[in-house]
Design a protein around this ligand. Structure first.
Ligand code: C2E
Ligand code: MG
Ligand code: MG
Ligand code: MG
Length: 291
């Protein structure tokens, strides 16, 4: 097939697939270099308790500024890393970094770290978690691991064993992006989650009367409460959304209305200034994502 016809125009399907494969290889290689060079960064997005606007937790979100491409989204580079062992190294780095950073925060504030299903099924995973806690000195109860339903895809005995070990270590477990996967009531029966995070896709449409999103949010919160779990609603960007989700029982909120993910330096500044409180739609500095 002619290669000169502009992107995709005169190519065979298989050529495009090959390009995609090469593209991923390149990205993977650059990511490996970035990890070694210390070019990956964690930002921390506050989770706010609506009753007093206090920050109860901060979620570590990975940021990568590619030297030529500019910022690459974790939604792009995490899946690439997951196809190799690199996800385990990146994940270990994130756990260590997040625990160390959290040691500089008030002890009432937790840190949440996203864990890929590939990491979760790695036999070394629990040791990695223990080591990150031991080296930083962070109390296990202050570390919350965010897992998605994809951790249940693997062998169920292995999964159960990992859950048991994590509970022994004493970390908290959150089920992330709830409501978007294969939906998961059977997982909730056996897995020892402390928290459910309602996926932000429900918040997107919760102010539209014709959609069922607001009712689904209410039902998830009801389910979560009944099971003795906490609930965080993710992705609240506007006051009308806050109003709706609050009326449905949401008390822990994470979203751009309060704050984007902040560099550690800004987290420390926030603690020094506001005693770790954020008003919805508060100071501009928390809203644009700074690089
Ligand atoms: P997630 O764990 O569900 O994280 C929440 C995502 O929603 C973040 O995107 C956050 O910036 C975004 N978000 C929060 N509030 C709002 C809002 O009000 N509006 C909108 N439009 N978005 C909001 P981000 O940082 O791009 O991360 C995307 C995903 O990449 C994460 O989804 C998580 O699955 C993955 N990820 C990020 N960091 C890591 C990491 O360190 N390890 C692993 N394994 N995955 C990570
Ligand atoms: Mg998450
Ligand atoms: Mg999520
Ligand atoms: Mg997500």
């Amino acid at each position: 097939a002619a290669k000169n016809g502009g992107r995709g125009q005169f190519r065979f399907y298989s050529d495009d697939l090959k390009d995609e494969e090469q593209e991923r290889e390149l990205l993977l290689e650059d990511l490996r270099i970035a990890l070694e060079a210390g070019d990956l960064e964690l930002r921390y997005q506050p989770v706010v308790k609506t009753s007093d606007n206090s920050v109860v937790c901060l979620e570590a979100l990975m940021r990568w500024e590619h030297p030529e491409r500019g910022p690459v989204s974790p939604d792009v580079f995490i899946p690439v890393a997951e196809e190799s062992d690199l996800i385990n190294q990146i994940g270990e780095w994130a756990l260590q970094r997040a625990c160390v950073d959290a040691m500089a925060w008030p002890s009432s504030v937790r840190v949440a770290v996203n864990v890929s299903a590939v990491q979760f099924t790695n036999p070394e995973f629990c040791n990695v978690v223990s080591a990150a806690l031991a080296h930083s000195g962070l109390l296990p109860d202050r570390l919350e691991l965010e897992l998605t339903e994809s951790v249940f895809v693997g062998d169920s005995e292995t999964t159960e064993a990992v859950f048991t070990d994590l509970k022994k270590i004493g970390v908290r477990l959150a089920l992330d992006d709830f409501g978007t996967g294969y939906s998961s009531l059977s997982y909730l029966r056996s897995a020892p989650f402390d928290k459910i995070k309602v996926d932000r896709s429900f918040v997107d449409s919760c102010t539209q009367k014709d959609k069922n999103s607001a009712k689904i949010i209410a039902a998830i919160i009801g389910l979560s409460n009944a099971l003795g779990m906490e609930t965080t609603v993710e992705g609240v960007e506007a006051f009308d959304q806050l109003e709706v989700v609050h009326s449905k029982g949401a008390r822990l909120i994470q979203g751009f209305l309060y704050s984007r993910a902040l560099p550690q330096a800004d987290v420390l500044e926030l603690m020094a200034n506001g005693g770790m409180k954020i008003e919805p739609d508060g100071p501009e500095m928390y809203r644009p994502e700074r690089r």
